[in-house]
Design a binder for this molecule. Structure first.
Ligand SMILES: Cc1cc2nc3c(=O)[nH]c(=O)nc-3n(C[C@H](O)[C@H](O)[C@H](O)COP(=O)(O)O)c2cc1C
Length: 393
């Protein structure tokens, strides 16, 4: 296994030595890449000695083919990690700036990316850093969140580089996972649907699409071919994912049935409208004090998938405000699916529009697997561990 380890210019750069040693002990070949800032905190000689490999940096030595070395290396590596990742590098990666070796390398890499940021808590909390992290997470990078404690600036806060052992473990996990779902085709639906009333109005729901996008991203990261069918959402397409945008429930139904031929799993995380209003081609004028809307039932895509299924795994979601587990059990059997992921949307801070989620996975054998509250990216990982890992060939 080969890991490219970027080291950028933070006070925690010295902890990269522990990471190199941990990876080396696990039998991993480490190729270090030192940023200009990083070189002010730690010397190439230290890194070279610990990794038993030359150090890549911005210095291009004639005759070494320096200009294309970043491309050569991208072909060989299993994981690209950066620890510590400075605020500066998170910004460069998020925006695709490629003005030095490390950032040019990032934009050339197809291997899984692990980023361990470290910085003062003011930098960590800044909206620019939050936005950059959201972009990078959305693209599928695994972020090893910094820890809370004493910072170099003699103040307490979040921003201290995660423990080197944790970073080593995350890198090894990522490398192990990257082929877990190889050769599988996974179809994921995400987001709400919109049912038009007239050319300007629609009925919809509060689904943000984050859970489905996190599942698509995680499945791609584990090596699956992923088709993501997305309702109207404001999210970046995860790296390596084929995305189909739809608006209405009938468009979503069509896209699901067209995409699922030969699929190994269909994960229905979208919140598909249950009821559809009559549609007027002309804008409804506000001529009367009240209007009556008679809603008709929309397509039940999950039920149809259950009725027509082949050997593919079928995973549904149940977002409930009452009797969560009873409703989820009824859905599991009533719709002939393999797993239901149930979440209680009456709990503040999780579910529909939130960044976090907390779910219970129900299977056909009657087992319950609770997944405690965590970011939707982490919850996606736990869901895939349960429902898909056993299917990998
Ligand atoms: C003593 C010192 C410590 C620093 N520590 C950090 C840090 O932990 N995290 C960070 O993002 N920037 C830190 N900075 C700022 C970066 O070094 C600066 O943004 C630099 O341009 C980053 O270099 P690089 O991103 O090219 O490696 C520090 C600066 C100094 C002078």
């Amino acid at each position: 296994m080969v890991v490219a380890l970027g080291i950028s210019g933070g006070i925690a750069a010295y902890k990269a030595c522990e990471i190199i040693r941990g990876l080396d002990r696990a039998g991993v070949e480490v190729q270090t890449i030192l940023s200009r800032g990083g070189a002010q905190f730690i010397t190439p000689l230290t890194l070279q000695t610990l990794s038993r490999n030359s150090v890549l940096s911005d210095r291009i030595t004639p005759g070494e083919g320096g200009a294309v070395r970043h491309i050569d290396l991208t072909r060989r590596i299993d994981v690209f990690a950066v620890a510590p990742a400075t605020a500066n590098f998170l910004a460069k990666f998020a925006r695709g700036i490629a003005d030095d070796f490390l950032s040019t390398f990032y934009i050339s890499v197809t291997a899984p990316v692990v980023l361990a940021p470290a910085m003062n808590s003011r930098m960590w909390d800044h909206p620019a850093t939050r936005e950059n992290l959201a972009i990078l997470k959305g693209r599928g990078a695994r972020i090893i969140e910094p820890e809370t404690g004493w910072l170099a600036e003699e103040e307490q806060g979040v921003g201290r580089l995660a423990d080197p052992d944790r970073i080593v473990q995350a890198i090894l996990d990522e490398a192990g996972r990257s082929s877990q779902l190889k050769d599988l085709h996974v179809v994921v639906t995400a987001g709400p649907t919109r049912e038009p009333l007239d050319p300007v109005r629609f009925l919809s729901n509060r689904s943000s699409g984050r859970m489905g996008f996190a599942l698509a991203s995680e499945a791609a990261r584990r090596g699956a071919r992923v088709t993501l069918i997305a309702g109207p959402v404001d999210l970046y397409t995860p790296r390596g994912v084929d995305r189909i945008d739809v608006e209405t429930s009938s468009e979503m139904r069509k896209a699901v049935f067209e995409s699922k031929a030969g699929a190994d799993a269909v994960i229905m995380a979208a919140a598909v409208s249950d009821y559809i209003p009559p549609r007027s081609d002309r804008k409804i004028k506000k001529s009367s004090a009240e209007i009556d809307l008679r809603l008709s039932r929309g397509p039940d895509i999950l039920k149809e998938l259950g009725e027509t299924r082949g050997s593919e795994l079928l995973i549904g979601f149940a977002a409930e405000t009452d009797n969560l587990l009873d409703n989820a059990r009824a859905k599991l059997t009533g719709k002939n699916v393999d797993f239901i992921v149930a979440n209680d949307i009456s709990v503040p801070g999780i579910g529909m529009e939130a960044v976090d989620n907390e779910v219970t996975i129900l299977d056909r054998e009657g087992n319950l697997h609770p997944v405690p509250r965590a970011s939707k990216e982490e919850v996606a990982g736990r869901i895939l561990d349960h429902v898909l890992a056993g299917r990998s060939r």
